[in-house]
Design a protein around this ligand. Structure first.
Ligand code: BES
Ligand code: MN
Ligand code: ZN
Length: 505
């Protein structure tokens, strides 16, 4: 659920109540607002710094209960180290860290006096700080029984109001308009990933995507008869074992208008639950497979963010939404199906289902939209975590420029990518004895053979990148800006890529 905290901006010197957050640089050198509070509290902040050995280092804090005579209940001095060298990610993470300090111990309101010792924080950086704070504020508590009005402290401990004090609150407010769209997009993606599979099956997922219509996105939901007509047999084969019918959703955002030219296409794997099918997964940890639609969730979150910030880009999102179940109707190992492209696939392992879903979606997106580039996201392989852990998502591409753009966007947003190789020798791994290709590539380099499989469905000359987000999109490691199981990985990354390289200026 989106952060329930109302965020606003106010002037540097405006009064506040509840929790005050002020800053100190290395030394410690107190910011003007911190100095002011120090004076009003009879040097309480200086004294507390001395006693606790606080030196203003980045990430360290001094936290005091405010004495009589000031309006605040509590004052937190946050160390920012050396803000002169801060980039976007530092401000973002600082916002997340501060928001984290306010969780669980707060009053209803908090006032952050965001200023270094000298000078001001630019509106763009104030906005990054606010973005980090909002992303950190996300919680998924939908299935926790409502806290009772009296009794449970949980309800009262919610931070209701967060005011960020800065030099130019109006400019910060306008800078934050697009970042608010990012918050909404990331949190939408997180919601979809966190939702259990009994609540969010293919039909419900399609319904949630359909809701983007309200934001100005054109949404089409294709159901089984339409998919059969289109020949999307690889995707349908994966979904045939489930009682829940498969869907493909096509989302179009035409922010650059007819003169904007061909769109960029973003394609997502949306397996609402992956049991493995007849090649059944072991029981331990299988619950995580409710997040096997994180690629599709990212596409939906991104399209919403682009629409909400009125991005001057033509973008189409195509997601394949299926459930992979074992049953009397399920596909078997050894089955052969013909994908929409005409390529035949020998299904050696029904648990290698994501690539079959993507195969038809990739082909469909290229045939219909002739996009200037195609990027797909998928929780495609466990092997990518063996290679890269949970720090980087795997990047595969047939295009060096697109690869570099994506890698740079990853560094800027902190949604990091690491490029892995493709090549003819790897492609050999998916040669089949009975069909054109098989859906597994053997024991080694599992993420690479999966990527080679996808590349079989990319047309000559189309710049394409595949992001294997199995390690970064779900069961995520805690960070300054995320404490949610589903991280919403990819929304900020691709929004940045589009802003830097695909938007009309
Ligand atoms: N959805 C899984 C990949 C996955 C595993 C994502 C763990 C997140 C966490 C995918 O469909 C899968 O099962 N891949 C198999 C491929 C194999 C059968 C060739 C894998 O990685 O083991
Ligand atoms: Mn699988
Ligand atoms: Zn899967």
């Amino acid at each position: 659920m989106t952060d329930q905290t109302a965020l606003s901006f106010a002037s540097k010197t405006a009064a506040g109540d509840g929790v005050a957050v002020v800053f100190a640089e290395e030394g410690p050198k107190l910011s003007p607002a911190a100095q002011d509070l120090d004076k009003k509290t009879g040097q309480l902040l200086s004294k507390a710094s001395q006693i606790t050995g606080f030196k203003g280092k980045k990430g360290t804090t001094v936290d005091v209960i405010a004495p009589q005579g000031v309006k605040f209940s509590r004052i937190i001095v946050m160390g920012m180290g050396k803000p002169d060298s801060f980039g976007h990610e530092d401000w973002l993470n600082l916002g997340g860290t501060v928001r984290g300090l306010l969780t669980g111990r707060e009053g209803a309101s908090a006032h952050v006096y965001l200023e270094p010792v000298k000078g001001d924080v630019s509106p763009a950086n104030v906005s990054s700080f606010a973005l980090g704070a909002q992303l950190r504020g996300y919680t998924f508590k939908k299935y926790k029984s409502t806290p009772k009005k009296n009794g449970d402290a949980g309800a009262d401990k919610m931070l209701k109001k967060l005011v960020i004090h800065c030099a130019d609150p109006r400019a910060a407010g306008s800078a934050f308009a697009p970042d608010r769209a990012i918050v909404d997009g990331v949190n939408l993606a997180r919601d979809l990933v966190n939702e259990p599979a009994n609540v969010l099956g293919p039909a419900e997922f399609a319904q949630r995507a359909k809701a983007l219509t309200k934001a100005g996105v054109q949404v089409e939901v294709l159901s089984v008869p339409a998919l059969k007509k289109l020949g999307m047999n690889a995707l349908l084969a994966v979904g045939q074992g489930s009682d829940k019918p498969s869907h493909v959703v096509v989302m179009q955002w035409k922010g650059a208008g007819p003169k904007g030219g061909a769109p960029i296409a973003i394609v997502g794997k949306g397996v609402t639950f992956d049991t493995g099918g007849i090649s059944l997964k072991p029981a331990g940890g299988m619950e995580d497979m409710k997040g096997d639609m994180a690629g599709a969730a990212c596409v939906v979150g991104l399209m919403q963010a682009l629409a909400e910030r009125r991005a001057k880009v033509n973008a189409v999102g195509v997601i394949g939404i299926v459930e992979n179940m074992p049953s009397g109707k399920a596909q078997r190992p050894g089955d052969v199906v013909m994908a929409k492209s005409g390529t035949t696939i020998e299904v050696l392992n029904t648990d290698a289902e994501g690539r079959m879903v993507l195969a038809d979606c990739l082909w469909y997106a290229q045939e219909r939209f002739k996009p200037k580039a195609v990027i797909n996201l998928a929780t495609l392989t466990g092997a990518v975590m063996v290679a890269l852990g949970k720090e980087h998502a795997g990047l595969f591409s047939n295009n060096d420029e697109l690869s570099e753009w994506l890698t740079a966007a990853g560094k800027e947003t902190g949604e990091k990518l690491w490029r892995l190789p493709l090549g003819p020798k790897y492609d050999k791994m998916i040669e089949s004895k009975v069909a054109d290709i098989k859906n597994t590539g053997g024991k080694w380099g599992g993420s690479i053979s999966a990527a080679q499989f996808l590349q079989r469905f990319i047309k000559e000359g189309t710049p394409w990148a595949h992001l294997d987000i199995a390690g970064t999109a779900m069961s995520s490691v805690d960070s300054d800006i995320n404490r949610s199981w589903g991280s919403g990985f990819g929304v900020r990354l691709l929004d940045r890529l589009i802003k830097d390289h695909y938007e009309r200026r």
